[in-house]
Design a protein around this ligand. Sequence first.
Ligand code: PMV
Length: 364
Amino acid sequence: MVEKDFLPKSNGVLPETGSVIWKAPSNIALVKYWGKKENQIPANPSISFTLDACATTTKLSFQNRLPTSDFSFDLFLDGKPKEDFKPKIKAFLERVAPYVPFVKEYHFSIETSNSFPHSSGIASSASGMAALSLCLVDMERQMDLKMDDAYFNRKASFLARLGSGSACRSIEGDLIQWGSHSGLEESSNLYGIKYPFAVHPVFQKYHDTILLVHKGQKQVSSSVGHNLMHGHPYAESRFAQAHDHLDKLKGIFASGDLDGFVKLVESEALTLHAMMMTSLPYFMLMKPDTMEIINKIWRFREESGVPICFTLDAGANVHVLYPESYKEQAIQFIQDELVAHCENGHYICDRIGQGAKKLIAPKR
Ligand code: PMV
C-alpha cells in the first residue's frame, strides 16, 4: 500500500458524539531502528517483539463542533490535566489530519494512563501514539463500516508512525517488521506488518524482564539521536548490517537457534549504543549499572548454559530476554544478581504479547 491509500475514502455520516477506548502495548526491537528521513521514514528496517504488560490505555471522547483551522482537545494523564504533553499531541494531529480530516470537526477529550510509572524511564510514546491512533481509526470506521481489519490495523500503524516511528510496531503482535526489506516483499516504510515467516515455538513465549536502571530524563532524546545518523561516519554500514541481520533472523526464527538469536540481538543492542558513542556530538546513555548487568548476564550464560540475553533501547534500562522453558532459572538469577543494579530495586516482568485491544467503557 502507498501513502494515498490512507487518505479518507468515505463520506459517511459523522457521529455527533461518542467515545472509544484502546489499550496498546509497548514493543522491544530486536533489530533496531536508528536513523530516519522526514516523517519517520526509517533509514533501515527493524523487527520487534510486541510486549504485553507495558501498555497505554487511551479513552478518546468526541463531540462534534463547527470545523476550524485549529484543533480542540483536552488531555489528561491518570485523570489529571497534562498541559506539557499538549504540543506533542497537537503536532501529531497536524501530521495525521490529511488522513483523518474529521479531527478538525470535533472537540476531543483524551484520557490516557500507562501501566508502568511515568518516571520509569520506559518511553510511553510507542504505546501512547499507538493507542491514540487506534482510537482515531476506530472513529473513522464508524463512518466506513466496510473497513476490514487488515486495513484498520495498517492505517492505525501508519498514523502511529507519524507520531513516533517505533509506535507503528505497537498495533499487532507478536513479531512485527517495519521498513522496506528485500527479503520481505510486503514490508513497507509506512507501517509495520506481522512477521509472516515460520517461527519456532521457543520464540513464541519469550519473556522480557525490564531492569529499571535509571528512571530520570534521558540526556539526549531519540529524535536528536536519529538525526545524528545523518552524516554519521558509520551510517551506511550500519544500515546494511540491519538488512543482513533481518536475513539471518529468518533462519534463526525458523530453526529455533537460540545461540544465533542471543548473538544477533546483543550485537544489535551494542551497535545501537556504539552509533550514539560515535555520533558528532557523541553521547552515551548506558550507565555503570547497565555495564555491570551486561557482564553478569555474560558470566551467568557462560557458566549455566541458560540462553538468557539482553537488549537495550535508547536509554540505560536493560531488557533481559529468555525463553519460557528457562523462566525459573532466569528469574532466580535476576533476583539474586541483577535487581541490586536497578534504581530502588525496580523491574517489570513482561512477555511477548498479541497486540492492542479495544476496551468497553464500564457502565456508570
Ligand atoms: O520511535 P522512536 O523515535 O522513539 O525511536 C526508537 C528507537 C529505538 O527504541 C532505540 C529502537 C527501536 O527500533 O525501537
